[in-house]
Design a protein around this ligand. Sequence first.
Ligand SMILES: [Cu+2]
Length: 147
Amino acid sequence: MKRTVILLLSVMFLLGACGNKEGMEVSDIWARTSTQGTNSAVYFVIQNHTGMTDELIGAASDSAEAVEIHESRMEGDVMTMSRVSSVVLDPAAKVEFTPGGLHIMLVNLKQDLKAGDEIQVTLQFKNSPDITLTATAREATEMNMNN
Ligand SMILES: [Cu+2]
């Protein structure tokens, strides 16, 4: 009897451990503070636990006129950003969306985004189900102002 209980607990522990690493894991979600009629950006870290290659193919939000996947990069002394059609997520990949790199661009906000405000953004994948994120707005440092 005792042995069965221990075995059962072990199995439950293992299942629990696996349960945390399934599907797409999105963490460190935040948005840059901004004002209505201008742009903002959403940042996060995404980890692919699906065991298969997937792709982030788009994003949507009711809070902006358009939502696009962008990537910033330095060209000489100038930070430029361009739209990317998709981001490949290899199995076990950890991809960071951060100021100065990949970001979800919120074009023409329908509302102000003050520090502490929340905004919802849905990520769309090629294979995995959509994930709706709640991003809390916070001030970006001056260095990060260009997304
Ligand atoms: Cu951008």
